[in-house]
Design a protein around this ligand. Structure first.
Ligand code: ACM
Length: 515
């Protein structure tokens, strides 16, 4: 006799669950009746076979799983919500959009995993608290490749995360083929050695490191993500963190001696010469290909950590400052950023940048008077990572949409002493002390896998897993439904067995109840 768990174990936890009498028994004679898109039915069949080795059929069976996209439910369920009614002879999953049905399927997978084949009857109503639930992977510092990315996308989908922020370019590598500028990958995708051992370490691994995605790879990954209702947000860094691009095309840079593809990890002096129209042309050309490859509404331009030294040494920049009446380098960056924002906006897309693009002084290494008096274009989205949370309030007051990626709370490159699992779990995308009226502008949160010190896939996985599950729940689950004890139990009973089965490494000390 199979007994129901008192409370289903689900990550992220749904908005409401009501238990009912009885069970739905999943067998090889269970049918799928599909009134949603083909993709949802195909993936449900694929997932159930892969997860629990039962082969469902897309025809009426002894008992049935109904997938229904019903636009009339938009008001109650929004774009991503679903409701699921599990009774003894049917499971009905309904969403106003296909994404909602897809998330209902993820819930069903977790229920099937914990109950074997007899799933307790219940009714679930569920929708996310935040529309932006992102995971960022930095592949500029260490290239991981498409198998790893697809596996991460699959785990994101299981956790109902919906944005993959792909950090594709930086000082240490350019990872995406751009047909008009072949040297970006011929030259910019490779470095001849790599700093190891930490930020101030003099040690180097002297092997060549590199790799990049062809445009065909990109299209394949974008499609794979889209089937899982994940939008890929590409990040093309500018004007700083651009040594790899400048190594490939030295005319883009500000220094007379162009940098090589960086081999060490502190931010370098690779900064675009934004006073040169060739740089603007380059950006336009690159974006034309980016817009074509990525259907995403959002395009990330980085914008962080622009070290002014290379602009100080450049006479074009001083002339530009006089001409445009700019007082400092923050204002130079602001003018440039707003130009890029408008270029992106004119194509019907939306620019995102790290909160450095607000022109405030957030760096200990910058001059205190290096603040911009010019405002950022209001349609730009600000991804907060550094500085006082008052900066979030300020961005919201100015009407910007904000993604909270506070480094103290969400940086996956930080170790588990700095960000233990509980701290990751307790993180709320909406910061304390900010007026709730700004909730619609606070889109959600991101968690960031910076990859300077994780050359190996297992190292990366241990940084990501299990904390990604905590961020997934912080992004989806309403605050008063969060519960760390329940989360820990669900982690050890649902996710860890899954990760084991998938050969995904996770950080064991952070999960005392595991095994
Ligand atoms: C950042 O961590 N430099 C955004």
């Amino acid at each position: 006799m199979v007994t129901a768990t008192a409370q289903p174990l689900l990550i992220p936890y749904p908005r409401s669950i009501e238990m009912r009498e009885g069970y739905f028994v999943l067998t090889a004679k269970t049918g799928i009746i599909n009134l949603s898109d083909k993709n949802n039915a195909r993936l449900l069949k694929h997932y159930i076979e892969e997860d629990i080795n039962i082969n469902l059929h897309e025809q009426r069976g002894d008992n049935n799983i109904f997938l229904i996209t019903n636009r009339k439910l938009k008001e109650s369920l929004g774009a991503e919500g679903y409701r699921m009614n599990i009774s003894t002879d049917s499971i009905v999953i309904e969403g106003a959009e296909n994404a909602g049905v897809f998330y209902g399927i993820q819930t069903l997978r977790q229920l099937a995993a914990q109950n074997r084949l007899a799933i307790p009857c219940m009714e679930i109503f569920d929708k996310p608290e935040y529309e932006w639930r992102d995971f960022m992977l930095d592949e500029a510092r260490h290239f991981k490749g498409k198998v790893v990315v697809k596996q991460l996308l699959e785990e994101m989908a299981y956790l109902k995360m919906n944005k993959f922020h792909w950090h594709l370019t930086d000082d240490q590598g350019w990872r995406i083929e751009i047909e008009k500028y072949p040297r970006l990958t011929q030259v910019g995708a490779y470095r001849d050695s790599t700093q190891i051992g930490g930020w101030n370490s003099p040690l180097y691994d002297v092997n060549i490191h590199g790799g990049y995605y062809t445009q065909e790879d990109i299209r394949e990954i974008v499609d794979f993500a889209a089937e899982r209702h994940i939008e890929i947000v590409p990040e093309i860094e500018m004007p700083g963190h651009t040594s790899a691009a400048i190594a490939a095309y030295p005319e883009l840079g500000s220094l007379k001696t162009p940098p090589t593809v960086a081999t060490y990890f502190n931010p370098t002096w690779g900064v675009f010469n934004v006073a040169d129209e060739r740089v603007i042309q380059f950006i336009q050309d690159v974006f034309d290909e980016i817009f074509d490859l990525f259907p995403s509404r959002y395009i990330h331009i980085g914008g962080d950590e622009v070290h002014p030294e290379s602009w100080e040494a450049n006479s074009d920049i001083s002339r530009f400052m006089k001409e445009k009446n700019l007082d400092n380098y923050s204002e130079v960056q602001m003018l440039f950023t707003n130009r890029v924002a408008s270029l992106i906006h004119s194509k019907g897309r939306t620019m995102i940048g790290w909160n450095d693009i607000m022109g405030k002084n957030i760096h200990e290494w910058a001059d205190s008077d290096n603040e911009s008096t010019h405002a950022l274009a209001p349609y730009a989205v600000v991804q907060f990572w550094k500085g006082d949370t008052a900066l979030i309030a300020e961005a919201l007051k100015q009407g910007h949409r904000v993604i909270n990626s506070s480094h103290r709370d969400t940086y996956l490159d930080y170790n588990y002493t700095k960000i233990p699992l509980k701290k990751a779990y307790d993180f709320s995308p909406f910061p304390k002390g900010i007026d709730r009226k700004y909730k619609p502008l606070l889109l959600g949160s991101g968690c960031q896998m910076w990859s300077e010190w994780i050359p190996r896939i297992e190292d990366m996985q241990r940084q990501v897993f299990p904390r990604i599950a905590a961020y997934a729940e912080s992004g989806w689950t309403i605050e008063n439904k969060k519960n760390f004890t329940r989360f820990s139990t669900s982690l050890s009973q649902i996710l860890i067995p899954r990760w084991k089965q998938k050969n995904i490494a996770w950080h064991k000390e952070s999960t005392p109840q595991a095994e």
